[in-house]
Write a protein that binds this ligand. Structure first.
Ligand code: XUL
Ligand code: CO
Length: 437
């Protein structure tokens, strides 16, 4: 096949002094940080949907992307060619993983049977290309939101047939993920939510969502798929409220319906922002529950209130993200998946390289900064010291569950007043972080 990027060779690490825009300044795959290579820490993944299917269209105008390899048709042959281009791109970039929705990789047919046939035909090429390049599937997922049948949701639709259709689609997507050696499978709530409560039986819809996920857990066992299941929180867009609204809501839902042992969370930066949280908040919420699985790395725009899915270039963002990731032991099954798209105005193929190189370099810097902050130890020591009253005396007694209300009353009556508080030192700590950045 003709090269889609003939002028671009494998992107190399050239170091911070390089002026070559098509090189890594910070991402040095083999460099060891905290005992693991950057490659092992970051586990970068390229998304099929934005990178190979994004057209650049918006509500005000048509697509702008120049993709000369794509004949614009909905044919299987075009999809197979596109798959080969995708692997040329991912290999030249040096990302070890990719991710897809079923409908990104293969065209939807007139019937489920036809869609499955198309999917198999493209999966065959994906498998060949994975073998040829060594690029692996981080996770697969099913698109349960684009087709008009999902207008009222998929598993939370008021229409039971739609639930059945969605289940059939997920069954197939899981099989193909398994066939391609996928290391995970993601459930993002698509349209699982509501536009108005006037027409919504929320309790019933949430029970249906739980039923759906239990069916997937059962089917996973049946086919022997060992990959990790993820839930990806997002509070709104496309619906006004989505049931997987944030990490805490997901954890509560998973616990309520006995699903927590089977799922981890896939935290997306821009979704955290939409939920009114920072991504660190979401990572810490997931991490504290032992459910931090993977991240969809991107960023929003401070002045735009929607899911702009931009490539992350902010070093503070990546440093804080990696501080939380390292704190919870790093990625095992998950990775840094760029659920991000080039801007509508960045329509040339080379922009796909600039975007991913920038994201990878930003995360490599974030990783190095987080490791340096951890090695320095002052931040962790400050936090440990801040909670020192819990390590001994009355604090230790409360934590161990041995203190009663009565005892606490006696303790305070005797003491008269609580020990003096000390400063939270926020500004000092912000300055400390700036020593590294
Ligand atoms: C949507 C989103 C999805 C999921 C996969 O906002 O993030 O692309 O990552 O369905
Ligand atoms: Co995402």
């Amino acid at each position: 096949m003709k090269s889609a990027f003939p002028d671009i060779t494998r992107i190399a690490y050239e170091g911070a002094q390089s002026k070559n825009p098509l090189s890594f300044k910070h991402y040095n795959a083999a460099e060891v940080v905290e005992g693991k290579t950057m490659h092992e820490h970051l586990r970068f993944a390229v998304v099929y949907w934005h990178t190979f299917r994004g057209t650049g269209s918006d509500p005000f105008g048509a697509g702008t992307m120049q993709r000369p390899w794509d004949d614009g048709s909905n044919s299987v042959v075009n999809a197979q060619n596109r798959a080969r281009v995708a692997f040329e791109f991912i290999q030249k970039l040096g990302a070890p993983y990719y991710c897809w929705h079923d409908r990104d990789v293969a065209p939807e047919g007139a019937t489920l049977a036809e869609s499955n046939k198309n999917f198999d035909a493209v999966a065959k090429v994906l498998k060949e290309e994975q073998k040829r390049t060594g690029v692996k599937l981080l996770w697969g997922t099913a698109n349960l939101f684009s087709n008009p049948r999902y207008v009222h949701g998929a598993s939370t639709s008021c229409n039971a047939d739609v639930f059945a259709y969605a289940a059939a689609q997920v069954k197939k997507a899981m099989e193909v993920t398994h066939e391609l050696g996928g290391e995970g499978y993601t459930f993002w709530g698509g349209r699982e939510g509501y536009q108005t409560l006037l027409n919504t039986d929320m309790k019933r819809e949430q029970e249906h969502l739980a039923r759906f996920l239990h069916l997937a857990v059962d089917y996973k066992k049946k086919i022997g798929f060992k990959g990790q299941f993820y839930i990806e929180p997002k509070p709104k867009e496309p619906t006004k409220h989505q049931y997987d609204s944030d990490a805490a809501a997901c954890l509560n839902f998973l616990r309520e319906f006995d699903l927590l042992p089977h799922f981890k969370l896939n935290i997306e930066t821009n979704h955290a922002t939409l939920a009114g949280h920072t991504v660190q908040h979401e990572l810490e919420t997931a991490g504290a529950a032992g459910a931090l699985g993977s991240i969809d790395a991107n960023t929003g725009d401070e002045l735009l209130g929607w899911d702009t899915d931009q490539f992350p270039t902010n070093i503070y963002l990546t440093a804080y993200t990696m501080l939380s990731v390292l704190k919870y032991g790093g990625f095992t099954t998950g990775g840094v998946n760029f659920d991000a798209k080039v801007r509508r105005e960045s329509f040339e193929p080379v922009d796909l390289f600039h975007a991913h190189i920038g994201g990878m370099d930003a995360f490599a810097r974030g990783l190095k900064l987080a490791a340096a902050i951890r090695k320095d130890g002052r931040l962790a020591a400050f936090v440990a010291d801040r909670y020192a009253s819990w390590d001994k005396g009355i604090g230790a007694k409360i934590e161990s569950g041995k203190a009663t209300m009565k005892e606490l009353e006696t303790y305070i009556l005797k003491k008269g007043e609580a020990a003096a508080n000390t400063s939270g030192r926020q500004e000092f700590l912000e300055n400390l972080i700036n020593e590294f950045i």
